[in-house]
Design a binder for this molecule. Structure first.
Ligand SMILES: *Cc1c(COP(=O)(O)O)cnc(C)c1O
Length: 477
């Protein structure tokens, strides 16, 4: 069979794949939430040498949908309330299909000015959502970790000399590890990445931050970057971003906000209120594959002065055509580390254009309501201790029956058992976390597929788990 497929073969294989996908998505709400035990056996059974000859697509699809895809955490399920849920809008799969099948080049502007412009539209819509000024710009990246990395390198370039090893980055102890990882990759030794303590709501302690900056400055170091959180992964805390913007301004530091989880709640009026001050950031990490319900592989960095990205990443090569001089026309390869890249813009553009921002705002408002109603009902359960209330769509709690009172180890075992029992019922999937020696259970509502019926299931399954016997189950953290 030639690599160039004819029209009827293209129709045939696309049809087969589409049928499989639609069957899969249509049955999502009845599928189990996790099926990962035996994963190692499965992995071993899939190993094979380089195939010399071809296999019919029917058999390959059978393997993928019958064996490979089901053995997973069901991240696309409406019951997925673990970690930070994604989503996976079907529209984006169609957009990716078009982008991949047409295979246009979007690393440089002149190779596909229209596709580059659609991606720029998406970025400027994000800037608008964040109320950034007209100087702002950015680019789509594979995820929040890459966005944090691109941001830290930009901050380093903008605020430090070429010999930057005296530079210090400050963030809270509750920041995502990708911030410290970004600083590490950017060349900073671990002692130049300062984890400032948090208050009782898990927000960065502003006084501790200021005194750390003052002390470091006095000892000859160069504090250059503050990373604020707009929705921490463990507890959903949103730092006082306006206060952080003030501190950064006072010390002429770069102010980055990691809004990978929370950022798109700025579409809603409640989210906007909670994240007040985000519009003053020098850069913001967003994860459309979280808060805009897109498929994984879609992150974004927005920078207040888009010229800063060019200063950090622009580089010339004789085999490339001349880059655009006009400020409105961008070559994405000048804004980040990638040259050849996917046309990521289309997968954001298509669903936003098909539905309009209002549909996304309503969906995000629904998530805020669902998290609040889940919280109110969990708070009413016996022996519950609320660790963090929902600031956005994430809250945390644990059960503290009197026999285990004061014994953290037994409390952790007790709460892990409850977590396992809830997850064993396969209607919702929750994960836990440990902060300051306390293990707790998290609920994060962020899938466009999650509606009130799953919150009912969550509360029912929690109630049942409170008096059910323990069964062994996969530990998901
Ligand atoms: C998810 C997350 C990240 C990392 O983003 P990836 O897209 O997984 O690389 C960073 N920060 C926060 C707050 C997150 O929730």
């Amino acid at each position: 069979m030639p690599l160039e497929l004819d029209a009827s073969e293209m129709r045939r294989i696309a049809g087969l794949a589409v049928e499989r996908v639609i069957d899969h998505i249509s049955s999502l709400s009845e599928q189990p939430l996790h099926r990962v035990t035996g994963g190692r056996k499965l992995a071993e059974s899939l190993r094979e040498p380089l195939p010399e000859l071809g296999t019919p697509i029917e058999r390959l699809l059978k393997t993928v949908f019958g064996k490979v895809v089901p053995a997973s955490l069901n991240t696309a399920s409406p019951g997925y309330l673990a970690y930070i849920p994604g989503g996976g809008l079907f529209h984006s799969a169609i957009a990716d299909f078009i982008a991949l099948a047409t295979n246009r080049y979007v690393g440089i502007w002149l190779a596909s000015p229209g596709l580059v412009q659609l991606e720029q539209n998406v970025i400027s819509w994000f800037c608008e959502i964040l109320s950034m000024p007209s100087t702002a710009g950015g680019l789509l990246l594979s995820g929040g970790s890459m966005a944090n990395l691109v941001a830290i390198v930009t901050a380093r370039k903008e605020r430090l000399p070429a010999d930057f090893l005296r530079g210090v980055v400050y963030t809270s102890a509750e920041a995502h590890h990708s911030v410290a990882k970004a600083a590490m990759i950017a060349g900073f030794p671990t002692e130049r990445i300062v984890s400032v303590g948090v208050d009782d709501k898990f927000r960065i302690d502003l006084r501790a931050l200021e005194s750390a900056i003052d002390e470091d400055r006095q000892s000859g170091l160069q504090p250059f970057c503050i990373v604020g959180n707009a929705g921490t992964t463990n507890t959903g805390a949103v730092d006082d971003l306006a206060a952080l913007a003030d501190i950064a301004a006072r010390h002429s530091m770069w102010f980055h906000v990691d809004a990978a989880y929370g950022g798109f709640f700025a579409l809603t009026s409640r989210g906007k209120r909670v994240m007040r001050g985000i519009e003053r950031a020098d850069s913001v990490t967003l994860d459309p594959h979280k808060g805009l319900f897109l498929p994984y592989g879609t992150g974004c960095l927005v920078v207040r002065d888009r010229a800063a990205l060019r200063r950090a990443y622009s580089m010339h090569a004789s085999y490339l055509p001349p880059m655009q001089e006009h400020d409105d026309l961008v070559d994405f390869c000048e804004l980040g580390p990638e040259l050849s890249r996917e046309a990521r813009g289309l997968r954001v553009w298509l669903p936003l254009k098909m539905h309009g921002a209002g549909t996304f705002r309503d969906a995000l408002d629904e998530k805020l309501d669902l998290a609040m109603s889940a919280f109110e009902r969990v708070r009413a359960l016996p022996n519950v201790e609320i660790v963090s209330e929902p600031v956005l769509s994430l809250f945390t709690f644990r059960f503290r029956p009197s026999p285990h009172e004061g014994d953290e180890e037994r409390l952790e075992a007790h709460n892990r058992a409850i977590l396992a029992r809830v997850n064993d019922r396969q209607r919702v999937l929750l994960t836990g976390a440990r902060v300051g020696g306390r293990f707790f259970i998290r609920v994060c509502v962020l899938s466009f597929r999650t509606h009130a019926d799953r919150i009912d299931a969550l509360v029912e399954d929690l109630c049942a788990a409170l008096d059910e016997p323990v069964k062994p189950s996969a530990q998901l953290g």
